[in-house]
Design a protein around this ligand. Structure first.
Ligand SMILES: Nc1nc2c(ncn2[C@@H]2O[C@H](COP(=O)(O)OP(=O)(O)OP(=O)(O)O)[C@@H](O)[C@H]2O)c(=O)[nH]1
Ligand SMILES: [Mg+2]
Length: 193
């Protein structure tokens, strides 16, 4: 559920970019920031990066205007992908309204993708979210890599057929806005139900 503040007249949704190390989560957020900065006031905060690896999380609030006098805000986060930050990943999922799972399309990374997704499902369950019905978008990133993973491979591996997918090259901004639009639509529609 989004966080509703009657005092501040604000509805805040939390979107989390999840996935294995180096799949392109921070790059997604940085691209969204570049595209939005001209139109809406937003600031991207990257905490404790070392050699471009996220050590805790990235955070970016985006205010999208008001509905019935309420400011609609999307608070976007990325998790740190390196294996030993499991505790941080779990914490960052707390209160999430939706996730983008960023897949690294390099075939050699398939197992890391799968392991990361399975842990994400466990982490979601630990907060009593049902991963089957939780708003999710699968982003097949790094489509520019040679012999990129055929679409559908990942869904078969983790049995999540039917989850919406987007192909992306985050470094070029391709598929990045489509991904966030797809997820935010799911998240808001669910809130209306
Ligand atoms: N070729 C290619 N490289 C990409 C793409 N997206 C991201 N990268 C590169 O992959 C590397 C890791 O990107 P990040 O966005 O930092 O990855 P991350 O998922 O945030 O990594 P962690 O914070 O360690 O979990 C960087 O060198 C990016 O430039 C893509 O679509 N194609
Ligand atoms: Mg990162």
């Amino acid at each position: 559920m989004p966080h509703i503040s009657y005092e501040r007249r604000e509805i805040a949704f939390k979107l989390v970019y999840y996935g294995p190390g180096m799949s392109g989560k921070t790059t997604n957020l940085a691209q969204i920031h570049r595209r939005l900065a001209a139109e809406v006031k937003t600031e991207m905060i990257s905490l404790d990066t070392h050699e471009d690896r996220t050590l805790f999380f990235d955070f970016m609030p985006v205010e999208l205007g008001t509905i019935d006098g309420y400011m609609i805000r999307f608070n976007m986060y990325t998790v740190p992908g390196q294996v030993y930050y499991e505790a941080s990943r779990r914490l960052i999922l707390d209160g999430a309204d939706g996730v983008v799972f960023v897949i690294d399309s390099q075939p050699a990374r398939l197992e890391e993708n799968v392991m990361s997704y399975k842990r994400m499902e466990q982490n979601l369950r630990s907060y009593k979210y049902d991963p089957r019905s939780f708003p999710t978008v699968l982003q097949y990133n790094k489509r520019d890599c040679p012999s990129a993973l055929p679409l559908g491979t990942f869904e078969r591996e983790v049995s999540c057929q039917g989850v919406p997918t987007v192909e992306a090259i985050a470094t070029e901004g391709r598929g990045v806005m489509e991904t966030v639009r797809l997820l935010s639509r799911q998240v808001v529609e669910r809130f209306h139900l």
